[in-house]
Design a protein around this ligand. Structure first.
Ligand SMILES: *[C@@H]1O[C@H](CO)[C@@H](O)[C@H](O)[C@H]1NC(C)=O
Ligand SMILES: *[C@@H]1O[C@H](CO)[C@@H](O)[C@H](O)[C@H]1NC(C)=O
Ligand SMILES: *[C@@H]1O[C@H](CO)[C@@H](O)[C@H](O)[C@H]1NC(C)=O
Ligand SMILES: *[C@@H]1O[C@H](CO)[C@@H](O)[C@H](O)[C@H]1NC(C)=O
Ligand SMILES: *[C@@H]1O[C@H](CO)[C@@H](O)[C@H](O)[C@H]1NC(C)=O
Ligand SMILES: *[C@@H]1O[C@H](CO)[C@@H](O)[C@H](O)[C@H]1NC(C)=O
Length: 337
């Protein structure tokens, strides 16, 4: 049989001028580089998708969870690098983030929440500056927390059904909100907003806490949260003087920042809680358990509220403050809890 292929011999090469040969050579080099780059990229994608792969794998291996179809994306099956989830490997884990501001009851809320045997809320992890220095260090920290590889006294490890931490608005959350929202969307993190209604009371708490950092009223140690009425009384004895010139603009700034945060994260699954409501209505805490779909438990905290007296007894220049806020949008803060 005759073959139509041209004979391959030394002579046929000579038919191609040097220029053509160089073109072919260049093409193969470019192709080679292209294929190589695709391959390395693939490797990158693979390590990046390891979490997703484990999720898919476990979802196939584990008995189907008794939830609706729309809930499935919120269920994670982490594969921690530091330990084995053992008998709880098939328990799905929900990811959450408590978004709050300093002195808004989030410390109390977190101890309350951590009394649940299946909830791990790992504290204010971004109070450490280098963890929030840039977006990549933020995302790396988030991956570690949500993969259950973050260790604190709150970690429930293998049998966590919900894992998260608390994040203050001024700890990189507002500055890098675009990337963080994208991360929360991708990993289906639920947000628990915890704010305080009475921003004047919050201001008193902020000033008292700053004062105590130096004064150390409790036998020479500074405490932001206390566990007995005696300690609370000692801390509440200090009555800050508010700068009435700055007060209104600060209240306004706090209010605006909160509103902005709610807008940034509006498309993320969330719940908005107020400290005052949680204090006065304990059923509200059930709403949070319902929101995270963790089994209902009776939760408790040993923390004691520091400032319980009427504000008139807690502010040194009360008359001045009262006069400044009278007739403003913030007047209600003067006599509400
Ligand atoms: C981000 O911050 C971390 C921690 O400080 C640092 O090690 C890293 O080099 C920084 N990365 C970039 C891209 O700036
Ligand atoms: C909660 O924790 C307990 C004890 O560690 C475990 O037996 C149970 O399966 C966990 N529940 C969920 C929903 O993960
Ligand atoms: C401070 O010290 C006194 C005397 O040593 C002790 O009676 C008191 O309980 C201590 N108070 C606190 C808040 O630790
Ligand atoms: C209040 O703050 C302003 C601006 O920082 C400052 O100029 C003023 O002296 C302060 N007033 C008092 C009474 O401290
Ligand atoms: C307490 O909270 C629950 C749950 O959010 C709510 O249904 C109820 O109306 C609240 N009760 C009062 C007295 O506000
Ligand atoms: C607040 O303002 C109203 C009128 O604007 C006045 O009657 C009242 O005495 C003021 N209250 C205080 C505490 O300054």
């Amino acid at each position: 049989m005759e073959t139509k292929d041209p004979p391959v011999d030394g002579k046929s090469y000579k038919k191609f001028p040097l220029a053509s040969r160089l073109v072919v050579l260049a093409c193969s080099v470019i192709c080679g580089i292209y294929i190589f780059s695709i391959c390395t990229e693939q490797v990158g994608v693979n390590t990046h998708n390891r979490l997703v792969d484990t999720n898919v794998f476990r979802r196939q291996q584990c008995p189907p969870p008794p939830v609706e179809q729309s809930e499935l994306p919120y269920l994670n099956y982490p594969d921690p690098q530091t330990f084995n989830r053992e008998e709880c490997a098939c328990n799905p884990v929900r990811l959450f983030c408590i978004v709050s501001m300093q002195r808004s009851g989030s410390g109390w809320f977190e101890t309350f929440f951590n009394s649940h045997m299946n909830v791990s809320s790992n504290g204010e992890i971004f109070s450490v500056v280098n963890r929030r220095e840039n977006v990549s260090s933020i995302l790396m920290t988030l991956d570690k927390v949500y993969n259950l590889d973050w260790y604190t006294s709150a970690s429930k490890n293998e049998c966590s059904a919900a894992v998260g931490f608390k994040w203050m608005l001024n700890q990189g959350l507002m500055r890098h909100h675009e990337e963080i929202v994208r991360y929360f969307e991708r990993r289906h993190v639920s947000v628990i907003f915890l704010f305080r209604r009475n921003l004047l009371r919050r201001m008193v708490s902020v000033l008292a806490n700053i004062y105590d950092k130096d004064a150390k009223l409790l036998n020479g140690t500074h405490k932001s949260h206390v566990h007995s009425a005696a300690e609370a009384n000692i801390l509440a004895k200090y009555r800050p003087t508010l700068n009435v010139t700055l007060m209104i603009s600060e209240l306004k700034l706090t209010e605006e920042t909160t509103e902005k945060a709610l807008v940034y994260f509006k498309n993320i699954r969330h719940i908005v809680l107020y400290y005052e409501d949680l204090i006065s209505n304990r059923t509200k805490i059930m709403d949070v358990q319902e929101f995270l779909r963790v089994p209902y438990k009776d939760l408790h905290s040993h923390q004691v509220r520091i400032h319980t007296a009427p504000l008139s007894m807690q502010i040194e220049n009360w008359d001045e403050v009262q006069k400044a806020l009278n007739g403003t949008h913030y007047q209600s803060f003067l006599d509400s809890d």
